[in-house]
Design a binder for this molecule. Structure first.
Ligand SMILES: CC(C)(COP(=O)(O)OP(=O)(O)OC[C@H]1O[C@@H](n2cnc3c(N)ncnc32)[C@H](O)[C@@H]1OP(=O)(O)O)[C@@H](O)C(=O)NCCC(=O)NCCS
Length: 189
């Protein structure tokens, strides 16, 4: 549904290509998600959850057919996916107006504006979609960079699920529920 295809310059002057996920991206999405999961306790996926690349190819197909929104950032030096922001509309009619958001940037590309650029781009794209009225996500307690980024983009805290995450070392995290209205009445910058 999006035809984003552009090159942006990050705060450290590196350039990255931004584009929707395309059929054939499954292997690259798999590699990105594995690397992200190994780098941080703050996303749900870890190595044990990784599926075959073919499974991730389904997301690329869904991006192409418009049933999912997947925005990728690509390192122009090697073609690898280095960041991704995805939105998944609810799968049943009563929740189809609400899209769940996931986002991540690989460590060597963090802290130079890429995550917030992609988040804000995704929000603007959703404000232009009449079928999507609400965005929602969860962020773990302790993930202060992500939470601040979401708050700056317009998300508000809506609740907390205490100890809903159990890390591989047995420790627990809370999930902070955040949401944002992008339908009628939302700001259209
Ligand atoms: C959270 C994440 C997506 C942010 O992306 P990013 O490209 O690093 O973020 P940006 O550079 O756009 O910065 C966003 C905000 O976080 C702050 N920030 C990001 N990384 C930081 C760092 N290493 N140190 C200090 N501040 C940092 C920035 O200062 C910025 O706030 P500001 O605009 O007030 O300065 C990224 O760090 C990430 O993928 N983390 C691991 C996975 C994850 O936590 N995903 C979210 C799950 S809910």
């Amino acid at each position: 549904m999006i035809a984003a295809h552009e090159t942006i310059t990050l705060n450290d002057e590196r350039k990255v290509q931004i584009r929707s996920a395309l059929p054939g991206d499954g292997v690259k999405i798999h590699a990105y998600l594995r690397a992200l999961g190994e780098s941080t306790p703050f996303i749900l996926t870890n190595a044990a959850d990784m599926r075959e690349p073919e499974v991730y190819e389904q997301n690329a197909q869904k991006s192409a057919d418009g049933s999912m929104y997947v925005l990728n950032a690509i390192d122009p030096e090697n073609g690898k996916i280095i960041a991704c922001t995805s939105l998944h509309p609810g799968s049943r009619a009563k929740i189809a107006h609400a899209a769940g958001l996931g986002t991540g940037v690989l460590p060597e590309w963090q802290g130079v504006g890429l995550g917030s650029w992609m988040l804000n781009r995704a929000i603007e794209d959703m404000k232009n979609r009449p079928d999507i009225l609400r965005l929602e996500l969860t962020v773990m307690n302790g993930n202060d960079h992500a939470r601040r980024m979401y708050e700056q983009a317009g998300f508000a805290v809506e609740g907390v699920k205490p100890r809903s995450i159990r890390q591989p070392d047995g420790s627990f995290n809370d999930e902070i529920l955040m949401g944002m209205w992008v339908g009628e009445g939302a700001d259209h910058d």
